[in-house]
Design a protein around this ligand. Sequence first.
Ligand SMILES: Cc1cc2nc3c(=O)[nH]c(=O)nc-3n(C[C@H](O)[C@H](O)[C@H](O)COP(=O)(O)O)c2cc1C
Length: 171
Amino acid sequence: MKIIVGISGASAASLGLKAYDLIPKNHEKYLVVSKRAKTVLQKEEGYDNDDISAPIASGSFGSDGMLIAPCSMNTLAKISCGIADNLLTRAAAVTIKEKRRLVLAPREMPFDPIALKNMLRLSRLGAVIAPPILGYYSDRQTIEDLERFIIGRWFDLLGIENDLYRRWGSR
Ligand SMILES: Cc1cc2nc3c(=O)[nH]c(=O)nc-3n(C[C@H](O)[C@H](O)[C@H](O)COP(=O)(O)O)c2cc1C
């Protein structure tokens, strides 16, 4: 599969990067990081967010899906009303227009009514709203376990096979 990972400028940017790193080697993966995310992450890697002519900006690139983790309220708002003013938002717009799987992990606490409306609109357009919510099951002891659970659920939603977490009912 071809998977795009976008990281926007919300806290937990490192979780998005971890998800990118954990995509199994038999998949093609592409990373785009917003300028604000770089401030949060202090990391330079992947496509330049200003390079709107990069391959992932085109429907013909043919990605199988895109994960934006974390998704800032700013990027969420832009995607929900069709603004494609940088590579990250353009790639998301393309993912929607090509009817590919778009998984968004909005990160804010609490969510205001504007963000909730934007999430509803995007959900109705077919995007999956999957915030980085921790699963407090008794067998998850460490932050690492909790993070692998969240990333594993994102991968499930994108159709990426994984054994990052123990599934409910399995022993
Ligand atoms: C350290 C730091 C943490 C932030 N955390 C969040 C956050 O959790 N959620 C969010 O929506 N915005 C957060 N912001 C604000 C966004 O970075 C800001 O709205 C920015 O314009 C988002 O740009 P982008 O969507 O292009 O990445 C944070 C900013 C900083 C500097």
